[in-house]
Ligand binder design. Structure first.
Ligand code: CA2
Length: 145
């Protein structure tokens, strides 16, 4: 059976390409998801994606990923990165390898963005590469898992 990767995006990332292009660039979330789908499928992987503005929806999707046999997760949790013990517990609970992606360099920004509740559990963390971070994360997933 083909390997399966899940791309998750958290709160407000539906606004990509619509607001704050100086921080997050001009590409939309649909552009990001389509490019990731093409990249995954070209490598023979199955691809699923979800963006939600709701913490519990993301947590439920992570739980479902375990029963579906998802092999790896690429996640940009948005602002939940800096606040959510519950999201961290969900990722720890399913024990699926994941890569944490941030479009902006969170370390160049406000100090409250410098801490991530999930980084210590991540296989790797990419930040500051713009939307290329998603492609780089997926490259790694495809060669590693
Ligand atoms: O740099 C990232 O990818 C972030 O995860 C984005 C989050 C922010 O809270 C993190 O600190 C870093 C915010 C997502 C909001 O996305 C927007 C996109 C376009 C316009 C407005 C918000």
């Amino acid at each position: 059976m083909n390997k399966h990767v899940l791309l998750l995006n958290g709160p407000n990332l539906n606004l990509l390409g619509v607001r704050e292009p100086q921080v997050y660039g001009a590409h939309t979330l649909a552009d990001v998801e389509l490019a990731a789908q093409r990249q995954a499928e070209a490598a023979g992987w199955r691809f699923s994606a979800l963006q939600s503005n709701h913490e519990g929806v993301l947590i439920d999707r992570i739980h479902a990923a375990r029963t579906e046999g998802i092999n790896a997760i690429v996640i940009n949790p948005g602002g939940l990165t800096h606040t959510s013990v519950a999201l961290r517990d969900a990722l720890a609970g399913v024990a699926i390898p994941f890569i944490e992606v941030h479009i902006s360099n969170i370390h160049q920004r406000e100090s409250f963005r410098h801490h991530s509740f999930i980084s210590a559990l991540a296989a790797g963390v990419l930040c500051g590469f713009g939307i290329d971070g998603y492609r780089l994360a997926l490259d790694y997933v495809i060669q590693k898992y």
